[in-house]
Design a protein around this ligand. Structure first.
Ligand code: URA
Ligand code: URA
Length: 270
């Protein structure tokens, strides 16, 4: 093995030569900033330094390199943080920390989602309105009361189901969610769906259905049959707020939810 002293002398000679040729220069020493390391990685590192290998002082090169790689790891991206959430509570906290989920209406509350975290039926609406923003809960206003009635008609109450929206914050004047707002919100909703793990998803309204199915078409084209969504069954029907404006949509909605209940029972929904 080369003598370290000899190596340093060689390097010094090399630098001196370079300086003679090109003039004086200095080599910047990187700031000794501690990189962000996730809790999980920290405990990994701790185990390493206190584990059985560490009593063996002679680390192998591979081991040292692995530690260096861990320490210089980049902070997690938003998508990685979302996927790392193992519970709805963790995901809710992540939503609270993401200003990108807010619309241009200031000082709104997070409306994350509510209901049975193990539900076999998940309902996805559009976006919180005034009442939902005030209470931090989806579908608590007039449309929500109608939704409860529709669900009651097929023998579901709020404890049986889980309810969320495409957007987690209220848009100003209840305008339609913008494509970029939906795009930012969607990864959170997809993780929320995975964590609840429902057998069936019911989209209420065109915005919800077209966002999840990624098809820009009318609700009347999407409703009435089951679609496949990430390996789950998805049905779309009219939004309860639309029924309040247009009672003629009540009958098709009634037919849709009857089918929904039948399919839920067939799939062994609890
Ligand atoms: N409309 C929705 O789409 N979602 C709500 O939470 C309330 C009204
Ligand atoms: N248009 C919508 O956006 N939603 C409905 O439920 C019906 C028509």
């Amino acid at each position: 093995m080369t003598d370290p002293k000899e190596l340093i002398e060689k390097a010094e000679r090399f630098i001196k030569q370079q300086q003679d040729l090109y003039g004086k220069f200095s080599v910047p020493i990187p700031d000794a900033v501690e990189p962000e390391v996730s809790q999980e990685k920290k405990s990994e590192i701790n185990t390493k330094s206190t584990g059985p290998q560490s009593s063996n002082i002679q680390h192998t090169k591979a081991e040292d390199q692995e530690t260096v790689q861990t320490e210089t790891e980049k902070p997690l991206s938003t998508q990685e943080k979302i996927v790392a959430c193992q519970t709805l509570d963790e995901l809710r906290r992540l939503c609270e920390q993401d200003p990108d989920l807010q619309t241009d209406l200031e000082d709104t509350n997070l409306v994350f989602g509510v209901g049975n975290p193990d539900a076999d039926l998940m309902i996805v609406g559009e976006a919180p309105g005034y009442n939902e923003d005030q209470q931090g809960e989806p579908f608590v206003g007039e449309a929500g009361q109608l939704l409860d009635k529709i669900m009651g008609a097929i023998n579901f109450n709020r404890n049986d189901i889980y309810i969320a929206n495409i957007l987690k914050h209220r848009p100003p004047n209840n305008r339609d969610p913008k494509p970029e707002e939906r795009e930012k919100s969607l990864p959170y909703l997809l993780r929320q769906i995975e964590l609840v793990d429902p057998k069936i998803i019911l989209c209420v309204g065109r915005i919800s259905a077209t966002t999840l199915l990624d098809e820009d078409t009318s609700l009347s084209k999407l409703r009435g049959s089951f679609h496949t969504f990430h390996g789950r069954e998805l049905m779309a029907t009219y939004h309860p707020a639309a029924l309040l404006r247009n009672p003629k949509w009540k009958r098709p909605t009634w037919e849709d939810v009857q089918k929904l209940r039948k399919r839920y029972d067939e799939l062994g929904g609890r």
